[in-house]
Design a protein around this ligand. Structure first.
Ligand SMILES: Cc1cc2nc3c(=O)[nH]c(=O)nc-3n(C[C@H](O)[C@H](O)[C@H](O)COP(=O)(O)OP(=O)(O)OC[C@H]3O[C@@H](n4cnc5c(N)ncnc54)[C@H](O)[C@@H]3O)c2cc1C
Length: 470
């Protein structure tokens, strides 16, 4: 008897990992991918031979299975790269992770005294609850440092005041980062193997997309996987708590697929709307409460061989709109076709309703070029070309609506026996590639091996490797 396939929505890291795990178990798979390529947010784009990420993607994980998976796919093409980053704020460059003594030197005596006094004040009279990002940071670092190093960048990223961002985001991303930790790092040589690993990271020679393109070749060679590009589900037909048929829009028209199970990495907001029979009004409304932050990269090509050593620079300075600047040749020299030139990615966090989202590409290139000149990193005459990549729904937002929506969504989805939400937007969780992959792996184990992992716990309990940066 022919086995029904598992339908996977999305060919990003989560969807591709689920496919790989299913292939290992001999299960046929159909992947519906909305765009024309694999990799999702972790893809690599190309313009005139210049390759670049949607945000620089470090390959770092504390999960040994993930690291083995990556190494097996990439072999010799998995480079180990040094990490260097700075914060640009009020015409100064500060090391990141922040070096307390260097920062105090740059602040000068008067400002340093205010910073220390404000930290001590926060320790003596802590805010009683740590509900928001602002509460959390002020309690841990003091109000003055909050203003210098957290507020403006975080508001650029999220587009809302830090007093409206849930502390959960800070706890997930900044966990373990304390003033004492920073002082210890500054005074003592690195004793922690993870700390030292953060100073380096793995990176595919041709960018993150190379990882997922290689996995695609392996999956297709198995003969068990079909990937339909420019395709998306329209209706998920279900009965007795199981999705058994998917109607999808494909380049050759609407197609229907009988399925054994559904793995979804598409945004939860949209998933909740396409079940048939329709989910309850409450469930669909809960989906509509989820919000996102969108992301736009202006890749600028500059006639200069060496510009700066950082992989990226955080631009906290509120005088310019750009939030972060990537220098792709410092990620891998092979991302740039001509070593006499440099490709910088100027990253803007925005909403797709902002005017910038629909601005013509040449205007965006011009605007980004002007900002780069204003920061003092390039001369206008050296900036010779540029292109734009827009990434909708790059960041799932943790706001009060999300807190109200998620319990409803989780309860409704739990009633389906064969629906597996995975990944970043697929679970509306701030997952990096590794955790997106782990949710896919554990879901396949639940589906095929009879385990009962709680995938919602992935990236909740484990102390995260990272500090506030992506
Ligand atoms: C700026 C930035 C920097 C980052 N840096 C890092 C980093 O340094 N290291 C790291 O590990 N991670 C990083 N990440 C996170 C990483 O990109 C994600 O964790 C990872 O891509 C999540 O994989 P995913 O498969 O869950 O989702 P995605 O990558 O979003 O993939 C989902 C896929 O589903 C497709 N899709 C969506 N809707 C539909 C639909 N209706 N029908 C069919 N297909 C659909 C999309 O086109 C996409 O291909 C970064 C993210 C951002 C935004």
């Amino acid at each position: 008897m022919v086995q029904k396939p598992v339908v996977i929505i999305g060919a990003g890291p989560a969807g591709m990992t689920a496919a790989s795990e299913l292939v290992d178990r001999g299960v046929p798979v159909i992947i519906l991918e909305k765009t024309d390529r694999v990799g999702g947010i972790a893809r690599t784009d190309e313009y005139k031979g210049y390759r670049f990420d949607i945000g620089g993607h470090r390959f770092f994980t504390r999960v040994p299975w993930v690291m083995e998976f990556w190494k097996k796919i990439m072999g010799d093409e998995f480079l180990r790269r040094p990490r260097m980053s700075h914060i640009y704020y009020r015409k100064e460059f500060y090391s990141y992770p922040i070096k307390p003594f260097e920062a105090l030197m740059k602040f000068g005596f008067k400002e340093s005294s205010i910073v220390i006094a404000s930290y001590l004040k926060a320790q003596i009279s802590k805010r009683p609850s740590e509900e928001t990002f602002e509460d959390y940071i002020i309690n841990h670092f003091g109000e003055r440092l909050f203003h210098h190093f957290f507020k403006s960048y975080t508001e650029k990223v999220w587009g809302i005041p830090t007093s409206e961002i849930r502390a959960e985001w800070a706890a997930q991303r900044i966990k373990g980062m304390t003033i004492f930790g920073m002082l210890k790092t500054a005074l003592l040589p690195s004793s922690n193997k993870f700390t030292s690993l953060i100073e380096q990271f793995y990176y595919p020679r041709l960018g993150p997309g190379q990882m997922w393109e290689r996995l695609r070749e392996k999956l297709l060679a198995s003969g068990l996987v079909t990937i339909l590009y420019n395709s998306e589900p329209l209706i998920l037909q279900h009965e007795s708590g199981e999705v058994n048929r998917v109607f999808a829009k494909t380049p050759t028209g609407v197609q229907q697929f009988e399925c054994r199970a559904l793995v979804s990495s598409m945004p939860l907001r949209e998933l909740m709307q396409i079940f048939s029979p329709a989910l309850s009004d409450e469930a669909r409304s809960a989906g509509n409460l989820l919000h996102y932050r969108d992301f736009l990269t202006v890749a600028l090509i500059i006639n200069k061989s060496d510009m700066f050593l950082d992989n990226w620079i955080y631009v906290h300075d509120p005088a310019v709109r750009v939030g972060r600047i990537q220098n792709f040749k410092n990620w891998s020299p092979d991302l740039v076709p001509d070593a006499n030139t440099t490709c910088l990615g100027l990253e803007y966090f925005l909403f797709d309703t902002d005017r910038m989202w629909t601005m013509p590409d040449h205007e965006l290139v011009n605007m980004a070029a002007q900002e780069l000149v204003r920061i003092g990193l390039a001369k206008r005459k050296d900036i010779v070309d540029g292109c734009i990549v827009r990434m909708p729904k790059a960041y799932p937002t943790y706001d009060p609506d999300y807190e109200r929506a998620m319990p409803v969504i989780r309860e409704v989805l739990a009633q389906f026996k064969n629906v597996y939400p995975v990944g970043r937007n697929g679970m509306h969780k701030y997952n990096n590639q590794d955790h997106a992959m782990v949710t896919a792996k554990l879901s396949v184990e639940n589906m095929c091996d009879g385990t009962a992992h709680d995938i919602w716990e992935v990236n909740v309990e484990r102390v995260y490797h990272e500090q506030s940066d992506k």
